[in-house]
Ligand binder design. Structure first.
Ligand code: C2G
Length: 130
């Protein structure tokens, strides 16, 4: 059986998140999702997520295509996570294209096209301007 792993913040969960998760799941038999820790977000994006890691984890864990979730504590642990969860495929949206090619020695690396015109940042701007 084929295990797929993907990572993300999944803050203010939207259809772009759902679609990448559905397409990732379709590439294997079991989908494991690493949800970025709050602290990782502060260092990565310079702000706290709207929803806490516990809330984001709870939402992602409840999705039908998702078999297992964990907190992604650091971007530098990707190789460890791939090995720990026995992933055969690493899937990321193509905003990360090329960034994880180094893991091609232990798994297949796939970048999927992002859903156009939707992002958490755009949503936050839209909501705060109304
Ligand atoms: N995504 C998408 N379409 C959008 C928005 C997001 O396909 N319109 C995808 C991203 O490409 C990513 C996933 O949804 O694969 C999660 O996106 P983010 O929550 O923005 O994740 P990010 O903060 O980039 O975290 O280790 C990597 C990081 O933890 C990824």
């Amino acid at each position: 059986s084929r295990t797929v792993i993907t990572f993300g913040t999944f803050d203010v969960f939207h259809v772009g998140h759902l679609r990448v998760i559905e397409r990732a799941a379709a590439l294997g038999d079991r989908l494991v999702v690493g949800v970025s820790a709050d602290q990782l977000n502060v260092s990565k994006k310079g702000r706290e997520p709207v929803f806490s890691e516990r809330e984001r984890l709870e939402i992602v864990a409840a999705l039908k295509p998702v078999d297992e979730v964990f907190v992604e504590e650091s971007l530098d642990l990707k190789r460890d996570y791939i090995l720990r969860y026995g992933a055969d495929v690493l899937v990321m949206g193509d905003d990360w294209a090329g960034r994880f090619d180094e893991f091609g020695d232990i798994c297949e690396v796939v970048y999927l096209p992002r859903t156009p015109a939707i992002s958490t940042t755009a949503l936050i701007e839209k909501i705060s301007s109304t």
